[in-house]
Design a protein around this ligand. Structure first.
Ligand SMILES: O=C(CO)COP(=O)(O)O
Length: 249
């Protein structure tokens, strides 16, 4: 059985005062409910991990460098993320691929680094509006998945997030049929590559304009094991009902 996962990506939002959200969410993370993950900006990793102790909430970073240390001004390595108390790292988000030119090969190198530091990698894939309208979405996503993952995936250390770029921060959400088509294809491709058991164990998240009012429908969709939530993870008022919808799914 795959444990469901409600992941919040705070992006470049939040200062120490906003960690009160963790306290407000504490009751929402239960042992037999979905796993609750918050990925704050790097400055908050350590205080967030400290504040989350005992709540059941786990903490993740939003990217990491592929090297463990060295002359990379401004970067943060996977061992540093782990040292801060985080257990997860988002890799290959479209905002990193587009804004920083991260290629599939870069993402695969970062995943290797994350695994070497015992972090669970949440690897993001997703098509542009142009790909969707041109009918190439599935091919684009399949290629991203193939080349963004190194060998050696397990259900424990890999999560894949499907985030159509055109749905991020736009209020637009694919139909549940479109989400199911992609998630079923991801599941099949993971099984072909890593074997049926691993393919069945990797959790698949949907991300892109997940809100309290659409969460239940998305979570009822084939092969959706949770969500990677941006804006609606910034307040407990929005994230709590999303976690509750996932618990009910
Ligand atoms: O990019 C996302 C999460 O990683 C989705 O962001 P929104 O939920 O704000 O659309």
């Amino acid at each position: 059985m795959r444990r469901k996962l409600a992941a919040g990506n705070w992006k470049m939002n939040g200062t120490r005062a906003d960690l009160s959200v963790l306290g407000d969410l504490a009751g929402a993370a239960t042992e037999d409910g979905p796993e609750v993950l918050i990925c704050p900006p790097a400055t908050l990793l350590h205080p967030a991990a400290t504040q989350a102790l005992g709540t059941g909430i786990v903490i993740g970073a939003q990217t990491c460098h592929e090297a463990a240390s060295g002359a990379y001004t401004g970067d943060i390595s996977a061992p540093m993320v782990a040292d801060a108390g985080a257990t997860h790292v988002i890799l290959g988000h479209s905002e990193r691929r587009e804004g920083y030119g991260e290629t599939n090969a870069d993402v695969a190198n970062k995943v290797r680094a994350a695994w070497a530091a015992d972090l669970t990698a949440i690897v993001c894939v997703g098509e542009s509006l142009e790909d969707r309208e041109g009918g190439t979405a599935l091919a684009v996503i399949s290629e991203q998945l193939a080349y963004s993952l190194p060998n050696g995936a397990t259900g424990q250390r890999l999560v894949v997030a499907y985030e159509p770029i055109w749905a991020i921060g736009t209020g637009k959400v694919p139909s549940t049929a479109q989400i199911a088509e992609v998630h079923d294809a991801l599941r099949a491709q993971l099984g072909d590559r890593f074997g049926a058991a691993t393919g069945a164990a990797v959790r698949l998240l949907y991300g892109g304009s997940v809100k309290p009012d659409n969460a239940a429908e998305i979570f009822a969709t084939s092969n959706v094991d949770g969500a990677l939530v941006g804006g609606a993870s910034l307040t407990a008022a929005d994230f709590t009902p999303i976690i509750a919808a996932l618990a009910r799914a």
